[in-house]
Design a binder for this molecule. Structure first.
Ligand SMILES: [Zn+2]
Length: 252
């Protein structure tokens, strides 16, 4: 099995997206460890291709031209990685926010993955997906999946609701190693490993998102697996370790 990190681009977000317990935004008390670019939080946007030697399963697809122009570079990332889009037979979403789903359709309107045979959407978000007008031609093709369901011999799905109602992680095991593709478990790596209680304004349920983040960080640290994050700095793969008060991330 080979997993490739694909960079769709980045998105700059205001600091107020970060939320302390009690839904309090930061002001002058923003911890100095938070890395900013021109005063904004710069989130990498990553997708991950899992190649089992036959077919490729793509986890998330970037945002194509549906959001900001700093994203939509997935096709170039695939070319750079020498991954033919025709080999991608399965696409599965961690959740249905726009920076994860719109790559199904290219900026020119064509299909991103011409040989797509399985389009997997978390069951709790199937209706949300079917409300996205730009992706109308995929509404009927989308199949729901449930956390705990296997996508193949080596890919297992894990419930991680909170950021969104159906937010799901994908655990890939191969040759004695494990990689947890954890979607939007962490948005701001410079802060949320150290302080996992800090939530994100766009979390559908911040309390639940906090609990899921804590559980997944503990799982990653205690099982010594690799993690891959949609918004960890590209390529967004590394290991998690416990510290005295929280966690820390060590990129590979
Ligand atoms: Zn996201």
């Amino acid at each position: 099995m080979t997993v490739t990190s694909l960079r769709d681009g980045y998105v700059d977000m205001p600091v107020r997206r970060l939320r302390q317990p009690g839904d309090i935004a930061f002001g002058d008390d923003l911890p100095s460890q938070v890395s900013l670019v021109d005063g904004a939080l710069r989130l990498s946007v990553n997708a991950f291709a899992i190649d089992d030697g036959n077919d490729i399963t793509l986890i998330d697809t970037g945002s194509s031209n549906a959001w900001r122009s700093t994203m939509g570079h997935l096709p170039e990332a695939l070319r750079e990685a020498k991954i033919a889009t025709g080999r991608i037979r399965t696409v599965a979403f961690t959740h249905t926010h726009l920076d994860h789903i719109h790559g199904l359709i290219l900026a020119d309107g064509g299909d991103g993955f011409p040989q797509l045979s399985r389009l997997l959407v978390p069951r709790a978000e199937l209706d949300m997906f079917r409300e996205v007008a730009r992706l109308e031609r995929f509404h009927d093709r989308a199949q729901p999946f449930d956390a705990g369901q296997r996508l193949g011999a080596n890919i297992e799905t894990i419930a991680a609701a909170g950021h969104e109602v159906g937010h799901t992680c994908f655990r890939v095991t191969s040759a004695g190693e494990t990689l947890l593709i954890w979607g939007d478990t962490v948005h701001v790596p410079s802060l949320q490993f150290d302080r996992p209680e800090i939530a994100w304004e766009f979390d559908a349920d911040r309390e639940q998102a906090r609990a899921s983040r804590l559980r997944l960080l503990a799982l990653a640290a205690d099982s010594a697996c690799f993690v891959a994050g949609a918004h960890l700095d590209s390529p967004g793969v590394g290991r998690v370790f416990r510290t005295e008060t929280g966690f820390r991330f060590e990129p590979v």
